[in-house]
Design a protein around this ligand. Structure first.
Ligand code: DI6
Ligand code: FE
Length: 410
């Protein structure tokens, strides 16, 4: 017997197949079969035969439908919090100064190392669920607060468990190159060698790593160290990505482009020639406006330069305890519009189509198209431009995952 087909009708379907397709509804009906989208278009053009094959018909009441949202950059697995540092920063101490004193990332490393797997899972769960309530159906989760083989492995296992228990697509990124752990103080090159040559192959063997990331910036790792890591990633056949240009341009983008990185994230500091390099390499620029906002940075990423160069732009939460204590992708979209000047459709495409590309999930995810997974969201909103307009108001009505209702009600 063929799998059952369903017709989802009377909808404003914003397909997000491109930025232009994230602006307005290009269809009013979807046919799903066995967890995939078999057809999308105007119902008036639906062939009688195909309509007759649909054993279920869902009337969506004229509501907005978008692809499932995708948060392509999170550090949501960690223990503890850094609220005290937030208070310190309010009194004028800088993020980089706090990090130099052994606070910052290393303070979360201490808390995360002290937490067992169950504690880490329970700490991450509210953040994870907050994203799901907003219609997030796929997300990336990084390691990077363990900084030993087994502590990184534990973070990555928790990420896998979150995805499996909630039927959400989770892609992991190995970010041991996040900060220099105290055991390696003064020996950054040694640390990069160990995490690249010893830990990475072992974590790949345990099937815990989908991509490799590095924090390449002033006060973090260098372009040369990034190259060493990326060579090891290439030997493992893994895609690479890079936190780069958050505070300073230390030459990371050139290395990222050379390795055809799937994404470069932050990019507040980006040279014109490097924007061209990203475009030529097919690398997605992942903008993280909540981190920019939390740190009160002065210079936004050069969005116009990215547009002119033709670099695909994604938007993500960067959910982390230091610079982005935020578990709302809708808020990140709002801030991408208000603080970085993204257009509404660019923010939506950035949280669907291009987020999927950054995670290697396109074209199966991130757009409503024939052959894609039937993962989409029904909103109590009149149009896609309203998604990044509201703050503190979540109008996600229902999430459909692989053609079945996963959350909410129709
Ligand atoms: N992502 C990161 O990994 C660092 N900044 C960012 O945007 C910092 C994370 C942290 O402070 O814990
Ligand atoms: Fe980050």
């Amino acid at each position: 017997m063929p799998p059952p087909a369903a017709l989802w009708r009377n909808a404003k379907v914003v397909t997000c197949a491109s930025v232009a397709d994230a602006a307005t509804a290009g269809a009013d009906a979807i046919v799903t079969v066995g967890g995939r989208i078999e057809w999308v278009g105007m119902e008036s053009a639906l062939a009688d035969e195909r309509r007759a094959s649909c054993s279920a018909v869902h009337n969506l009441g004229g509501r907005l439908v978008t692809p499932g949202l995708i948060d392509c950059h999170t550090h949501l697995v960690f223990a503890g919090d850094r609220a005290a540092e937030f208070a310190e920063r309010q009194r004028g101490v800088s993020y980089e100064e706090i990090a130099r004193r052994g606070g910052g990332i290393l303070s979360t490393v201490r808390a995360t190392r002290a937490a067992d797997e169950q504690e880490l899972y329970e700490a991450a769960l509210p953040r994870f669920e907050s994203l799901l309530r907003e219609g997030v159906l796929a997300l990336e989760i990084k390691s990077g607060y363990g900084l030993t083989l087994e502590d990184e492995a534990r973070m990555l296992r928790v990420a896998r468990t979150l995805g499996a228990r909630h039927d959400v697509v989770v892609r992991t990124s190995y970010l041991a190159a996040h900060a220099l752990p105290p055991e390696f103080a003064g020996r950054a090159d040694d640390y990069v060698r160990v995490l690249s040559r010893e830990w990475l192959p072992e974590l790949v063997r345990r099937e815990l790593v989908d991509a490799v990331d590095i924090y390449c910036d002033r006060g973090a790792f260098s372009a040369t160290q990034s190259r060493a890591l990326f060579e090891a990633a290439r030997e493992q056949g893994l895609p690479v990505r890079m936190h780069v240009g958050q505070f300073a341009d230390v030459g990371g983008v050139q290395v990222a482009a050379e390795f055809a990185a799937v994404s470069c994230d932050h990019l507040e500091e980006l040279a014109e020639a490097d924007a061209q390099r990203l475009a030529a390499a097919g690398t997605v620029a992942v903008l993280l406006p909540v981190a920019y906002y939390t740190l009160g940075q002065a210079r936004p990423p050069p969005v116009d330069l990215l547009r002119r160069a033709g670099v695909p732009i994604a938007v993500a939460t960067d959910c982390n305890p230091g610079t982005s204590p935020c578990a709302s992708l809708l808020l990140a979209m709002n801030m991408a519009c208000r603080l970085f000047g993204l257009h509404a459709e660019e923010a939506l495409a950035g949280a669907t189509r291009y987020a999927a590309q950054a995670l290697g999930l396109a074209p199966a995810h991130g757009s409503i198209a024939c052959g894609a997974n039937a993962d989409f969201v029904v909103w109590d909103l009149a149009g896609a431009h309203e998604l990044g307009y509201w703050t503190g108001l979540n109008r996600c009505r229902a999430a459909i995952r692989r053609g079945a209702l996963a959350r909410g009600a129709l």
